[in-house]
Design a protein around this ligand. Structure first.
Ligand SMILES: [Zn+2]
Length: 496
């Protein structure tokens, strides 16, 4: 097998075959994915050459690391440091359910660019998800289901293990988070204890050092576990990450003093929506105009990445003509010759179009991190459409007032509007049933739903209405399509 060679299609089949033989729990990549990985240089063979044995290993390793929560960018950084033999050893360890040691490459002097803050973020997200996973798992145990490591594991627990695995790897110690039983056993000790052996858990900025999630004697979730699980504004990875971003931004802007804090918050959220692809000079000007230069370093660190070369198309950074972000190369480069916008709220609405092709040699360019694009830039498209219309109509409108009481407010506390782009109307209703957030401070409370979502799912509004609680705050919100809200603004302007 070491002398194997073949085409992309052969490689797809061979990886599928090996996945079965080795009995490793991954989704074998499809041909399209193999091509994408090649374009991102995760598969290292030179262009025009056939694939070989090394690419089988790289393909399996990529699938395994993705499953553990790695990003393609970080996988691309570590794979070249593995010899064939090292990579083979890790894959076999996975196959035999032994704790694999992906850190070998890192121990050989490879250093991750991730700053301490990013690591602490991952650590805190991991702990919150672990607490949520433990509570869910415990409910299942009460219902006499058996703890098994497969798809029926609560997704929070699974995502927590992926993140913990990542932390072990980044600290250069063997991955101690591959087995659910070991992780649950360790949760009977505080995070700073010897049992976890993660340095990040003893850092000053890490808030959960002393937390114990499972009672050491009684084997039930502690009250700390419940607190931590509920600490971050909702269940599941999406809510945990979104809440953390929000907290981070609030902490930064609080340092500006009470007078400028809310203005700073709005300016930075607006930056993420209107300028998710920006040159360093333009960013500097934006921050200087709004007296935010003291935060520059932290903003760049939290919001932006340098553009990886693999995202350039013919050496250029293509800007989306609609939302202004960076277009990504697409495996189907016939249909998407100039790339495709990565933002769902944009690419589901428009056919790809480039407004300008920027030369990274001429301007130093930055692009918003994937989580910023997902949680702020994408949802922000509707939010800003509403805000801009209100302004054009001469209404007294505020964007993200008081550090995000709602998305757009009109005439102080008269009308509060939140734009939502949840794909599932049920998830949105459940979220609103828990809390309608800052909308409670407004006389009239409007939830605006993306028109595209309603076009794709004609029963969206009726499903949402029927799941929404008929009592309390949820019963006081009006649900309207964004287009109807925009029409409403024109009426309000006309009436005043
Ligand atoms: Zn776009």
């Amino acid at each position: 097998m070491r002398r194997w060679s073949g085409s992309a299609k052969d490689l797809t089949e061979e990886i599928q075959h090996q996945t079965g033989l080795l009995n490793i729990l991954i989704e074998p990549p499809a041909l399209r994915t193999i091509r994408l990985w090649r374009s991102k240089k995760l598969l290292s063979q030179p262009k025009g050459k056939k694939f070989g044995f090394r690419q089988i290993l790289e393909g399996l390793a990529t699938a395994l690391l993705l499953k553990r929560g790695w990003t393609l960018a970080s996988i691309g950084e570590v794979l070249p440091n593995f010899s064939d033999a090292d990579m083979e050893r890790q894959i076999l360890a996975e196959s035999e359910n032994r704790d694999p040691n992906w850190s070998a490459a890192i121990a050989q002097g490879h250093s991750f660019a991730a700053s301490l803050h990013n690591i602490i973020d991952t650590a805190e997200d991991a702990v919150v998800l672990l607490a949520q996973g433990i509570l869910k798992q415990y409910t299942r145990v009460l219902n006499q289901e058996i703890v098994r490591q497969n798809d029926s594991m609560p997704s929070e627990l699974y995502r927590a293990m992926c993140k913990l695995g990542r932390l072990y790897i980044e600290e250069g110690t063997p991955d101690k988070a591959a087995c659910v039983h070991t992780v649950l056993d360790r949760a009977r000790h505080s995070f700073r204890s010897e049992d976890w052996r993660l340095k990040v858990f003893s850092q000053n900025d890490f808030r959960f050092s002393d937390v114990v999630l499972i009672d050491p004697d009684l084997y039930v979730p502690t009250s700390d576990c419940t607190e931590v699980a509920q600490a971050n504004g909702g269940w599941g990875e999406d809510n945990v990450v979104e809440y953390r971003l929000y907290q981070r931004l609030k902490t930064y802007t609080e340092q500006l003093g009470t007078r400028r804090q809310h203005l700073g918050y709005t300016a930075l959220r607006e930056l993420a929506v209107r300028h998710s692809l920006i040159g360093e000079k333009a960013l500097w000007d934006y921050l200087e105009d709004r007296q935010l230069l003291p935060l520059q370093e932290r903003i760049v660190d939290t919001f932006f990445d340098q553009i990886p070369e693999s995202w350039l198309i013919k050496g250029k950074a293509n800007r989306c003509a609609y939302c202004g972000t960076l277009m990504h190369p697409h495996p189907n480069d016939q249909r998407f010759k100039e790339g495709r916008c990565p933002i769902r709220q944009c690419n589901s609405r428009y056919t790809p179009k480039v407004s300008e092709a920027l030369d990274p040699e001429q301007h130093r360019l930055l692009v918003a991190k994937p989580q910023i694009l997902t949680y702020w830039t994408g949802p922000g498209i509707d939010e800003l459409a509403i805000f801009d219309t209100a302004k054009q109509q001469g209404l007294r409108a505020e964007l993200y007032p008081e550090s995000d009481l709602c998305d757009v407010s009109l005439n102080d506390y008269e009308i509060g509007i939140d734009a939502k782009s949840y794909i599932s109307p049920v998830s949105l209703a459940l979220r609103l049933n828990q809390s309608i957030g800052g909308l409670v401070y407004y006389q009239r409370r409007i939830i605006a739903i993306s028109d595209q979502l309603i076009a794709d799912n004609p029963s969206y509004l009726s499903t949402l209405q029927s799941t929404l609680s008929k009592k309390g705050d949820p019963a006081t919100v009006e649900v309207l399509p964004v287009s109807a809200v925009i029409k409403l603004l024109q009426e309000v302007a006309y009436a005043s």
